[in-house]
Write a protein that binds this ligand. Structure first.
Ligand code: GTP
Ligand code: MG
Length: 478
């Protein structure tokens, strides 16, 4: 009888109730934002895990869930190309453009590639080379290219695991070999390959080293744990001793080489190759197109960030001067100075998310109330006050705290917007609705990143330098 693993249920259950508890009490725990989001992810992950069916998928089913036809591939390539064109428009002489364009051309050719690339991977000495040798003799298809990767999970290998996994993304199908129940690192790598949308068969090799019932239980545990396609093989079984009793009472003994047991694997493979060859190539091409698009998007984001940073800095000191000249109660800083609608428009322009003045004002209002609710205003004015005190400038006018806080909040708002825009798809139409949840998360994250004492001290010094005449600031800057 099979006893199902209890662990998923436990993790899911705990995670979910914890999630609910966090929902109730999160107002009180703003300071622990990092933990909150981590735990949410855990809880949701646990919940999803619970919902998944506990049934292994065949290779064909795996492919079915990756809906790909020629049009999908062309569309993915076109999207990558659009980002590259955008980059060319915004940074004419960008050094990456040439290779990016070459890669697009390459992808077009890939669309009609005839040869299927099959990668064989796994730990050291699991039987990769042996499998390739046997498959080459058995598969009888010219159109399959078998490629062995460097062994995974080696402390000091010539290739890191990350490099091997990256290399795998070039192949259409992965045979992942293991010799027994999975180690943790084997499990992680498999998940990564799965996440990259790569069809995989897990090959449980060296069957001959197990007793029959042991073999069955390992196989079952693999299938249940992974919900993946698992086949058992013995690609190079060890020779067995054969003993023959002759009629005359003498005994003859000799070693015999059992034939490789790969029937299950070859059957599945031939089925997939025969029925899905073209789809396999398309799935790979889509994957590559998405990677290419992501690479181009990174360059684009970098270019835009270079242009956006001085804009934020400019508005940050405008806000500082305004709040300094006209000190208002700390909590009003936001409304009066910190989030300038014009800054939102300027940043939106850089990121091709055009806002009208009205829309920008609405965004400013939304961000302001989010920052208030998250307690960012209070935290920053306190932090700025503390830094000022520790620098022995308590005597300076109250306006300094307001001024520096306004600058700081402007900075957090601006950087958050940048980060938010970066995550957006290339916008075709302007004035997208804001995704408030995402914006809130981004604000929290950026605020935390900019909250380190070292950064704040530097920032406050810079602010004071701008706001106060030389004479009053010697103590601070010294
Ligand atoms: N008993 C048994 N031994 C096997 C089996 N398959 C491979 N081996 C043995 O395992 C050892 C390693 O096999 P290889 O095919 O070289 O393994 P590999 O994964 O290519 O090894 P590296 O490339 O060095 O990581 C050899 O001695 C093989 O004979 C099998 O099914 N049963
Ligand atoms: Mg080898």
């Amino acid at each position: 009888m099979v006893v199902k693993l209890q662990r998923p249920i436990l993790v899911g259950g705990l995670g979910l109730s914890f999630f609910l508890w966090m929902l109730e009490s999160w107002h009180h725990s703003i300071v622990r934002l990092g933990e909150f989001s981590l735990l949410t992810t855990l809880a949701v992950g646990g919940g999803l895990w619970l919902l998944q069916q506990n049934r292994p998928k065949s290779s064909l089913e795996q492919l079915d869930s990756m809906i790909v036809d020629r049009a999908t591939v062309e569309n993915a390539i076109a999207k990558a190309e659009a980002v590259i064109n955008q980059l060319a428009q915004e940074a004419e002489n960008h050094t990456a453009l040439e290779t990016l364009r070459e890669q697009v051309a390459q992808l077009m050719l890939e669309l009609d590639r005839q040869e299927i690339k099959l990668a064989v991977t796994g730990g050291k000495s699991v039987g990769k080379s042996s499998l390739i040798q046997v498959l080459a003799e058995t598969l009888h298809t010219k159109s399959v290219h078998l490629q062995e990767t460097a062994p995974l999970f080696r402390e000091a290998g010539d290739k890191s695991d990350a490099a091997v996994l990256a290399e795998l993304t070039n192949s259409d199908f992965v045979l992942f070999i293991t010799n027994g129940d999975l180690t943790d690192s084997e499990f992680q790598s498999l998940q990564q390959i799965k996440a990259a949308n790569q069809p995989t068969i897990l090959v449980f090799n060296k069957q001959d080293q197990y007793l029959a019932d042991e073999r069955a239980s390992v196989l079952l545990s693999l299938k249940q744990r992974l919900q993946a396609n698992v086949v058992a093989t013995a690609v190079s079984p060890i020779p067995i001793k054969v003993r023959k009793h002759e009629a005359d009472g003498s005994v003859q003994e000799w070693m015999e080489q059992p034939v490789p047991d790969i029937q299950q694997l070859t059957q599945q493979l031939s089925e997939v190759l025969a029925q899905q060859g073209q789809r396999l190539v398309w799935v790979t091409t889509v994957r590559k197109a998405r990677l290419l698009k992501a690479e181009a998007k990174n360059w684009l984001n970098e270019t835009r960030c270079d242009r956006a940073t001085p804009v934020i800095e400019q508005y940050q000191w405008i806000a500082a001067a305004a709040a300094f000249a006209n000190p208002v109660p700390a909590l009003d800083i936001l409304a009066t100075a910190a989030i300038n609608a014009q800054m939102i428009m300027d940043l939106g322009n850089i990121y091709q998310q055009k806002f009208s003045l009205e829309q920008a004002q609405a965004v400013a209002g939304t961000m302001g109330s989010l920052m208030l609710k998250l307690g960012l205003v209070e935290l920053s004015t306190k932090a700025v006050g503390t830094v000022l005190k520790s620098n022995a400038v308590t005597f300076v006018a109250g306006g300094v705290v307001q001024g520096v806080s306004a600058a700081y909040l402007t900075r957090v708002a601006g950087l958050s917007l940048i980060e938010y825009f970066q995550q957006q798809e290339i916008a075709i139409d302007s004035g997208n609705e804001l995704n408030l949840d995402k914006l809130r998360q981004t604000l929290q994250k950026v605020f935390q990143q900019n909250q380190q004492m070292a950064f704040l001290q530097g920032f406050v010094k810079q602010g004071v330098k701008r706001l106060l005449p030389e004479a009053q600031q010697t103590e601070v800057v010294a």
